[in-house]
Ligand binder design. Structure first.
Ligand code: BG6
Ligand code: MG
Length: 208
C-alpha cells in the first residue's frame, strides 16, 4: 500500500536531457570536439561534475580542478538559459493528472533528483505546489545509485521506505530506489530498467 511517492525529475517529469545535451555540446565544441546524442545517453542521471568528467574523457581533454569548475559553471549558465524558457506545456504526458490523483488519495509526494536546478524547474513547470518535499542535488552528498536521495525523501515525508514508491528513468536511479528499500517503478525501457518492480513507458500509463 503506497503512502509516499518519490519522483525523479529529469526524464520522469520533464525531458531536460535535450537541454543538457545542447549545453554540453556547446562546451565540447569550444574545447574542439564533437559531442553526440549517443554520448549524452551516458550522462543521464549522472551528477554535473561526473558528467563533465565523462565528457572530458570522451574528448580526450585534460583539465585542472579549477578549469573543471569553470567549465561546469559555463555549461550550467547555458543550461539555465534553456530551462528558463520552460513552461507547463513541457510537462511529460500524465504528470499533472497522476500527481493530482495521488494528492487526492492522501499520498505524500517528494522529488528525488540529482539536479541543483530542480526547484527552478518545478517553478517553471508550475508544479512546485504539488510536492510536499524536494530533495535535490543541493541536499545530497552521494549520487545515485547510492540510496541517500530517496532515504532523505522518505524521511522528509515521515514515512518508512517500505511504504514509498520511487519513479525513475535511469538504471542508477532504479538501483538507488531498491537500495533504499522502496518499491520502484521504472519509466522507459525494460532492457535498461530490469531491476524495477514494474516498468511503464510514462506516467500517462498509470493514469486511470
Ligand atoms: C540529473 C540529470 O537529473 O541531474 C543529469 O539526469 C544531470 O543529466 C544532473 O547532470 C545534474 O543536474 P544539474 O541541473 O545540477 O546540472
Ligand atoms: Mg532521470
Amino acid at each position: 500500500h503506497m503512502k509516499g511517492a518519490i519522483f525523479d525529475l529529469d526524464g520522469v517529469i520533464v525531458d531536460t536531457a535535450k537541454y543538457h545535451f545542447l549545453a554540453w555540446r556547446e562546451l565540447a565544441k569550444e574545447l574542439g570536439f564533437e559531442f553526440t546524442e549517443e554520448h549524452n545517453e551516458r550522462l543521464k542521471g549522472v551528477s554535473r561534475m561526473e558528467s563533465l568528467r565523462i565528457l572530458l574523457e570522451i574528448g580526450g581533454v585534460q583539465a585542472t580542478e579549477a578549469e573543471q569548475q569553470r567549465m561546469a559553471q559555463e555549461k550550467n549558465d547555458r543550461y539555465v538559459q534553456y530551462i528558463a524558457q520552460l513552461d507547463a506545456s513541457e510537462l511529460l504526458p500524465g504528470v499533472r493528472p497522476y500527481l493530482t490523483g495521488l494528492r487526492e488519495r492522501g499520498v505524500g509526494i517528494a522529488l528525488g533528483s540529482a539536479s541543483k536546478n530542480a526547484e527552478f524547474i518545478l517553478e517553471r513547470l508550475q508544479i512546485a505546489s504539488l510536492f510536499d518535499a524536494v530533495i535535490d542535488g543541493n541536499k545530497v552528498s552521494k549520487a545515485k545509485p547510492d540510496p541517500e536521495v530517496f532515504l532523505k525523501g522518505c524521511e522528509a515525508l515521515g514515512l518508512d521506505p517500505s511504504h514509498c514508491i520511487v519513479f525513475e528513468d535511469a538504471a542508477a536511479g532504479v538501483q538507488a530506489g531498491k537500495a533504499a528499500g522502496c518499491g520502484v517503478v521504472g519509466i522507459g525501457r525494460p532492457e535498461i530498467l530490469g531491476e524495477a518492480d514494474l516498468v511503464v513507458s510514462g506516467l500517462i500509463d498509470l493514469v486511470k
